[in-house]
Design a protein around this ligand. Structure first.
Ligand code: PLP
Ligand code: ZN
Length: 456
């Protein structure tokens, strides 16, 4: 099956196209780009996808990203030929994207939904512990296509961990990582160092590091793997494919997930736009994007300033005014959920497009609600990092508000692993004032005393 692909400006009134082999993160007009396809996408592929699950010797069938390769075939692979795939597609030996939705009874109860209608998909089960591996597989595939030797990203920690691991696993590839000094959880910093990336701690926060990368992106020696690289988003679409595949292509009422740089918001919307266009789905799931109260840009712009996609005729003055006020007041993002501590999300316009297409909603949650929700996920025997728990906190809030109906079906994305930010967890449990604190008890080495405590 032959698929044509190209890059295209997201704004229809521009619509400028570029060859797929170009190394660019923006249109000449300054707007974001999409990967676009022309081909045939018959529904019979659904059967192919499930058959691939039981062909474990081919890593491109094992990979939860490349299992769906027909739906992101910008590398132009002959999809059934493993040796063609291995020349072109980048994979951590098939390890990325091997996730699926799980039922969590206690969490369902906590958010006010029926267990049968509520799932969480743990993207923290990816090889580097976050969903970023989905997108890094596809971004590195494009990097290989264009002969890049040096990948660069700004990161709150998970993008850098993932980029560092993929670079380590590729021949002749160096990762250079810009992190806000002191703004990255220890587990994530540890990974980036261990995988051998060059780590640059920029004096400033994520937004400052991101601005540096945007400036650097014009350098020809550099390949940017932040989510403003639209090839990242192609891999991230597969999180939605796995949900639908698992639910036998029944579309849930809601998909709930945290919003940071809004790559997922963009990728998930694009996944559903394409499936809708191909006639695979009749119903669109509604997207609920959850942001931290301390990083509320998307909520402020969408809910209060009513920023809308409007067929690509976005009112830029709303955005410009908002950011100039942010700059004038010196406002910085602030939340314990460091992965979503972002005030100037690069994928804002694509996110607004997703919200329109899916009749989406945006809500904010407090750090307290995030941390309680994170504890609750673990009280159910699972786990995630703080940003991921925004999914649970946001679902709970939307159910309480009656926006998500008590009988609606909801799939939440838990974006990162429990051990990414252990400091946050230990701090939470050592403070007995926290709602679900499980504070350790210090005791003398005395059998009677220990028995008394164990029995109490
Ligand atoms: C990157 C990240 C996010 C934010 O995702 P975006 O696609 O940038 O909105 C949320 N949670 C975790 C754990 C992340 O690593
Ligand atoms: Zn353009």
């Amino acid at each position: 099956m032959k698929t044509e692909s190209w890059l295209q400006c997201i704004i229809p009134s521009c619509g400028k196209k570029y060859p797929i082999t170009e190394r660019r993160t923006a249109c000449d007009c300054g707007e974001l780009l999409d990967v676009r396809y022309n081909g045939t996408f018959p529904k019979s592929l659904q059967k192919t996808f499930s058959e691939r699950l039981s062909h474990g010797q081919n890593i491109f069938n094992e990979s939860g990203v490349w299992r769906y390769r027909e739906l992101l075939n910008f590398a132009g692979v002959d999809t059934e030929n493993p040796s063609d795939c291995s020349k072109k597609l980048v994979s951590l030996d098939g390890a990325e994207g091997r996730t699926k939705p799980f039922h969590l009874t206690r969490v369902a109860d906590y958010v006010g939904l029926k267990t049968a209608n509520f799932w969480l998909q743990f993207e923290g089960d990816n090889p580097t512990g976050s969903f970023k591996d989905n997108g890094m597989a596809s971004a590195f595939t494009h990097a290989r296509m264009v002969g890049a030797k040096k990948v660069v990203c700004a990161s709150t920690g998970n993008t850098s961990s993932s980029a560092a691991a993929f670079a380590a696993n590729e021949l002749d590839m160096q990762a250079v990582i810009l992190v806000g000094e002191g703004k990255i959880a220890k587990g994530k910093l540890a990974q980036s160092l261990a995988y051998g990336a060059k780590v640059l701690q920029v004096r400033g926060d994520f937004d400052v590091a991101m601005a540096m990368v945007q400036a650097l992106s014009k350098e020809s020696s550099i390949y940017v793997v932040n989510s403003l690289n639209c090839f990242r988003l192609e891999g991230q679409k597969t999180m939605m494919f796995r949900i639908l595949d698992y639910l036998r292509w029944h579309v849930p009422d809601w998909i709930v997930f945290p919003g940071g740089n809004l790559g997922n918001t963009s990728a998930f919307g694009k996944a559903f736009m394409e499936l809708y266009e191909y006639g695979w789905i009749k119903k669109k799931p509604r997207m609920a994007v959850v942001v931290a109260e301390g990083a509320p840009t998307l909520s402020d712009l969408y809910n209060e300033h009513e920023l809308r996609w409007n067929n690509g005729n976005i009112d830029n003055t709303i955005i410009d005014d908002y950011y100039s006020e942010v700059d004038r007041k010196g406002i910085k993002a602030k939340t314990r959920a460091s992965a979503i501590e972002i005030l100037k999300p690069v994928n804002l316009k694509k996110a607004i497009r997703t919200l329109e297409f899916t009749d989406g909603v945006v809500t904010t949650v407090s750090d307290e609600a995030i941390m309680d929700s994170m504890a609750m996920v673990s009280k159910n025997g699972f786990g995630c990092e703080p940003a991921s728990a925004a999914t649970v906190a946001g679902t709970k809030k939307l159910v309480e508000q009656g926006i998500i109906g008590a009988d609606d079906s909801v799939v939440g994305i838990a974006t990162g692993h429990i051990l990414k930010d252990v400091t946050a967890i230990v701090d939470y449990h050592f403070n007995p004032k926290n709602r679900f604190a499980n504070t350790p008890i210090t005791v003398e080495p005395d059998v009677k005393e220990i028995l008394k405590l164990a029995d109490s």
